[in-house]
Design a protein around this ligand. Sequence first.
Ligand code: PGA
Length: 258
Amino acid sequence: MARKPLVAGNWKMNGDIVANEQLLTALRADLGRALLSRVEVAVCPPYPYLGQAAAWLGGTGIAWGAQNVAALPNGACTGDVSAAMLVDLGCQWAIVGHSERRQMAGETDAQVAARISICKLHGVGVIACIGETLDEREAGRTEAVLGRQVDAIAAALVDPVHRLPAQRVVLAYEPVWAIGTGRTASPEMAQAAHRFVRERLARQGYRHANATRILYGGSVKPANATGLFAMPDVDGGLIGGASLVADEFLAICRAAAA
Ligand code: PGA
């Protein structure tokens, strides 16, 4: 099954109006149609800069998305941003369940599933993150943790209400010990985890498991991207630190397109 790779930049809580403009200008100049026909590219800046991303990237074929989305449709949720608002800002994607949300905001599997459901309802593509901590890996619990996280996601995906097309449902395997640490999973480790995740999705009754893109995230750099993307079940990357440096992000996009 041919899956078009996706490279998404997760800017996290970084950037400012001037630095963003430089970065977006470089992406706009260097990500031509020929490249974008082979790799889908998205950037996910902090909420206040989504309008800036829309202004710079509209019409280029480069997508933009948010780093989270409210689990409720609207109302008394101070500080949250709804899926409908993301649609208003032209967002094609929302990241959900990032390990920083799970760890710093106590986000649960049930909340991640609720965010996926709300994205489905509004037609916002989801990049749902999963991954084990170092302790969990060393205790031999990687598959147990991934299995639990995938089951919650699969339950939201198989719910027949307002399906998202398969190409708008993306999972990102991000081992927590590899995020921002400079320590990357080897291509073989990533492949084993991705294979497990795909099989688990299928076992939970998600019919599009084979068409679902599974990104790898965690210290992806130009130097390790090619090896990771060569794995049959690695369908692109969710890029943190390197997505803030135009040359690095562009090199990673090119590696995914190769
Ligand atoms: P990193 O972050 O590339 O800086 O490790 C990845 C992520 O957290 O999405």
